[in-house]
Ligand binder design. Structure first.
Ligand code: TRP
Length: 458
């Protein structure tokens, strides 16, 4: 018996739900620090090109697989071909590995919110404040625990819809505020070096290009658009046949890229202004290190208010994503083991806490533990984004090319209107696995410290 699957009411419902899950810390926290680290304008350009070619094709393929089969990743791959079921399982592991460290960063957001609510902008803007905080075992564990528990409470009581609705209102406010903050940095007179920062972010400079630019842009693409982990398959399974799949994919991409671009615009020039070019290599702490300095320059009252509002908005964006991550993991375990939902939530909460613990401690007491020379959080981030996701993406493309054939996807897309970019899709789906394999190999070599010298460096 086929169960009737509930579906999104219309196109807007689908796009908003998918974009709501896609837009999160990936755009606000991850994109700016990667752009800063990997060449600014050139990273932006590479990211843009990869999004509209490869990202678009993979997104269309995933949504189409979901809509065609009406199932989420594991079931969907199984239905396409029994031999492909393992791809679904592999994809399912990824959210389970992301959720824990995602929550560590969510904890940082809560910490900064409390700082601004307690009118401490001056203190937060002091050099070393962030490093002190993440190095403090009690503090980093406390805020990590608060964030993951908050996520679990929402999932446990099934009030995701409420959070989503609040977040729908908050998103546009976040966009406006980000533009305001970016404008403040550019307009304010006292801030030196902002034009240098702005040009670093906007002007592609090929001398900054390296293979790592492509590796990290590709990883960011998967992460930010929630691709190569079964999420878009699940969303597709709830999509109605009459809703245009192609233009929905364009719109999700547009939202996602727009918010990431704005976050970069707000953060990258500020870094150069406050900490000079050397500041660009700060890594995961970039947003938390830089923004308080910008807020502090707005004056005590304004700075505290803007800071508090900003971190509330970021918190909601982070929560919608973490809820969707936890929900994914819970439903996979529930489907598989038929455990009661409440118990499953608690198991996932405990598991995520345990897996996240090393990431939370990796900047303090466990800073000596450095797998492949990375802090533990960055290691988990690398493992999921630069290793597992490319593997799942390669396997997804191969399934489309050789098992179900591209025409199956094209037919599914065409159900809701002519597939205008079918040609691009057909080309990309064959090229992508080869490119991905090359990128994967480079990423792994790089992680083991085998660099290719000046190779691919202009
Ligand atoms: N795309 C989300 C972000 O940008 C993060 C994310 C990765 C995610 N995988 C997910 C969100 C799965 C929901 C579900 O922050």
């Amino acid at each position: 018996m086929k169960k009737e699957r509930s579906s999104f009411t219309g196109k807007l419902g689908f796009v908003l739900a998918a974009a709501g899950s896609a837009v999160g810390l990936g755009n606000l926290w991850r994109f700016p620090y990667l752009a800063a680290q990997h060449g600014g304008g050139i990273f932006l350009l590479v990211y843009l090109i990869l999004s509209v070619t490869f990202g678009f094709s993979l997104m269309v393929a995933e949504i189409a697989i979901g809509r065609k089969t009406g199932l989420s990743a594991i079931g969907a791959f199984n239905k396409l071909n029994k031999k492909c079921t393992f791809i679904g399982y592999l994809a399912a592991v990824i959210p389970a590995l992301i959720l824990p460290y995602y929550s560590v960063i969510g904890g940082w957001v809560i910490k900064y919110l409390t700082v601004f609510l307690s009118v401490n902008v001056a203190e937060a803007s002091r050099e070393g404040y962030f490093d002190n905080f993440i190095g403090n075992t009690g503090q980093s564990l406390l805020f990590f625990a608060i964030f993951i528990s908050l996520t679990a409470i929402v999932v446990l009581f099934g009030v995701e819809k409420g959070v989503e609705n609040v977040s729908k209102v908050m998103m546009p406010v976040l966009v406006v505020l980000s533009i305001g903050i970016a404008a403040f940095v550019c307009i304010s007179n006292g801030i030196q070096g902002k034009w240098e920062g702005l040009s670093y972010y906007l002007k592609p400079d090929f001398s900054h290009f390296s293979i790592m630019t492509v590796v990290s842009a590709m990883g960011q693409l998967f992460y930010s658009m929630s691709l190569a982990m079964g999420i878009m398959i699940t969303y597709g399974s709830y999509m109605k046949k009459e809703v245009s799949l192609e233009s929905s994919a364009h719109q999700i991409e547009f939202f996602d890229m727009g918010i990431a671009f704005l976050a970069g615009l707000m953060i990258v020039p500020s870094v150069v202004s406050y900490s000079g070019i050397e500041g660009l290599n700060k890594g995961p702490g970039l947003m938390f290190d830089t923004l308080p300095k910008v807020f502090n320059d707005m004056g005590a009252v304004t700075g505290n208010i803007v800071g508090a509002v900003f971190f509330v908005l970021v918190l909601f964006a982070a929560l919608t994503s973490s809820i969707s991550l936890m929900e994914t993991v819970v439903s996979i375990i529930q489907d598989k083991f038929h455990i009661e939902r409440k118990i499953t939530c608690l198991i996932v909460l405990g598991g995520a806490f345990a897996i996240g613990l090393p990431s939370a401690l990796g900047f303090g007491v466990w800073s000596e533990v450095a797998p492949l020379g990375m802090d533990i959080l960055t290691f988990f981030d690398f493992l999921t984004n630069s290793v597992l996701m490319p593997i799942v993406a390669i396997l997804t493309c191969l399934t489309v090319c050789y098992v179900i054939k591209p025409k199956t996807v094209i037919e599914e897309v065409s159900v809701s209107g002519r597939f205008k970019l079918a040609w691009l899709f057909k080309v990309m789906i064959y090229i992508a696995p080869v490119l991905l394999l090359i990128i994967l190999v480079f990423a792994i070599f790089e992680a083991f410290g085998i660099t290719f010298g000046g190779l691919l460096k202009f």
